[in-house]
Design a protein around this ligand. Structure first.
Ligand SMILES: Cc1cc2nc3c(=O)[nH]c(=O)nc-3n(C[C@H](O)[C@H](O)[C@H](O)COP(=O)(O)OP(=O)(O)OC[C@H]3O[C@@H](n4cnc5c(N)ncnc54)[C@H](O)[C@@H]3O)c2cc1C
Length: 503
């Protein structure tokens, strides 16, 4: 790579859903004067979507939760409306299953009516208040005295969307530099450029710098002397339930949130893959490790209790795993609640930061990208490209979910579609291969899991992981010492038997 390759018009720090949506939106454009428009993304992890963007409820919110006139309310409604087209182009699973926000007692009613009037002011389409009988036509057996129905609420694959945005941005010319933490930023000569120091030892230069670093946004802003902003990390823990329960929930069911709740309350959320999530909790965690993604026994016990209360037939074996995700909050623990998003060009011209992109950041991501594009266009006049390719050619989605005829045809042309590697999720060797050969060059086990969905089922990789490891070693020549789950510690540290080679 030459020095010229490290010069960009726009550099984005952080490859979560927000950074990747911005990257793809910029890729849809060229400079109006016709010169090359160079966009790069710097990400500290070995893959995109390893931060909050793979650690959330994966719900597309309707926009009833946010104050009228807030950026969050406006971007949520706009982003939600953009998702059908985006997901169709990128072949990302999305299900418009709607949501019931349910008042269980009279005390919940003022909060429910507040949500409805916020929704009206924010332009949320199709809302309806429902009595218990009407709610039961949507979700049999549901308790509660009044519900607010929002048909635009949906579920999506959050990491699927982030990966698709990144891979499509890359196919349209954006450079992704993984394993590259931004460790310093200086202004260049005449203060017209930024010099961005990466942990890979390189200095990247750029005319504009966009800080989409999630939990670490304030630290990146501080590198340019902006020290009056602060992020607190607030953890949300979840249990994942087995796919045996697929179909139990017909819609999303949420409690009415209290005024100072840091989240939307613990609830059951069906996922596009057929699991159910219980959570998320909300616990501010110490400053030292904002990415402490522990699942704690106390919270897990609470979630288990809550799960059994809501679904009394749950068996112990239905709780298949836990995970957590941390909200980048602008409100300190003593205040709680939520602040609006901060998306602005800072006092440093050309430096745009996005702070406090907690929920509904996933839903809002395409609308946030449009807003940032307009900020970029004030510095670099842009025009839409005629040759932008919005789709992901060759990507078929999940093989097991295709119609039988199509699966038979695919097996005839690509016999590896006929060999199942992950039994729980019915993922084929061809899909694993496609995930291994991903265009971003991400090589961790989580990268394969997020792309192919292998290791996500009841056995959590017990059956398929050794087969994937063997494939990586035998067919791609990878040294098992270099296998990582997500980054951090390697998967293997030696041989079980003296002189063995693991075969
Ligand atoms: C528990 C929970 C539930 C949620 N549920 C929902 C929901 O249902 N619906 C919804 O719309 N939203 C939801 N959200 C919010 C949503 O997940 C976030 O708003 C969104 O993922 C934020 O994306 P991001 O790209 O800003 O951040 P991230 O995904 O965290 O991406 C930031 C990236 O920057 C990288 N980075 C950080 N520092 C550096 C550096 N110095 N150099 C290079 N790279 C760096 C990180 O590694 C990371 O990959 C939820 C969030 C949580 C925590």
């Amino acid at each position: 790579m030459t020095n010229a390759d490290l010069n960009y018009d726009v550099l984005i720090v952080g490859a979560g859903v927000v950074g990747c949506a911005i990257a793809r939106e910029l890729a849809r454009h060229r400079k109006r004067e016709g010169e090359a428009f160079r966009v790069g993304v710097l990400e500290k992890e070995p893959d995109v979507s390893f931060g909050t963007s793979s650690r959330n409820s994966a719900v597309l919110h309707s926009g009833i939760n946010y104050a009228p006139g807030s950026l969050r309310g406006a971007l949520n409604v706009k982003g939600n409306a953009m998702m059908d087209r985006l997901c169709a182009d990128l072949k990302v699973p999305i299900k418009r299953i709607g949501k019931l926000t349910v008042a269980l007692t009279e005390e919940d009613l003022p909060g429910l009516h507040k949500q409805r009037s916020q929704g009206e002011a924010n332009g949320v389409p199709g809302m309806e208040l429902m009595d218990n009988a009407k709610m039961r036509t949507i979700q049999p057996g549901i308790e509660g005295i009044l519900g607010l129905w929002t048909p635009t609420s949906a579920i999506i694959s959050s990491f699927g969307l982030t990966i698709a945005l990144a891979e499509n941005a890359q196919a349209n010319g954006v450079d992704f530099h993984l394993n590259c933490e931004v460790v310093g930023v200086e202004r260049g000569e005449g203060k017209r450029t930024f010099g961005v120091r990466g942990s890979d030892g390189r200095v990247y230069t750029s005319r504009l710098l966009i800080n989409a670093a999630g939990l670490h946004c304030d630290e990146v802003s501080a590198m340019l002397g902006i020290t009056d902003v602060k992020i607190w990390s607030c953890r949300g823990e979840y249990y994942v339930l087995d796919r045996r329960l697929d179909g139990t929930l017909k819609t999303l069911i949420y409690p009415v949130p209290g005024p100072n709740d840091p989240g939307l309350g613990i609830h059951l959320t069906p996922t596009v893959d057929g699991n159910i999530l219980i959570g998320p909790s909300a616990t501010y965690i110490p400053e030292e490790d904002r990415e402490d993604y522990r699942a704690t026994s106390a919270v897990m016990a609470d979630l288990r209790r809550e799960g059994l209360h809501l679904l009394p037939d749950l068996a112990a074996s239905d709780f298949i795993r836990s995970f957590s995700g941390n909200r980048p909050k602008q409100t300190p623990p003593e205040k709680g609640g939520n602040a609006d998003f901060t998306i602005e060009e800072t006092s440093v011209p050309g430096f745009i930061h996005l702070l406090g992109i907690e929920s509904p950041g996933l839903t809002s991501s395409p609308a946030i990208a449009g807003m940032v594009r307009d900020m970029v266009a004030k510095h670099i006049p842009l025009a839409e490209r005629d040759d932008f390719a919005p789709e992901r050619p060759g990507f078929i989605g999940t093989f097991a979910e295709l119609p039988l005829e199509q699966r038979m045809d695919l097996i005839r042309t690509e016999p590896e579609y006929g060999e199942v590697i992950c039994r729980c999720e019915r993922i084929t060797k061809r899909e694993i291969r496609q995930a291994i050969e991903n265009p971003l060059g991400a090589r961790t086990m989580a990268s394969i899991k997020y792309r192919a969905r292998a290791q996500m089922g009841r056995c959590q990789g017990g059956f398929c992981m050794p087969r994937i490891v063997r494939m990586l070693r035998d067919e791609y020549g990878f040294d098992p010492k270099d296998f990582f789950i997500r980054g951090g510690a390697p998967m293997f540290s030696g041989h079980v038997r003296e002189g063995g080679d693991g075969r």
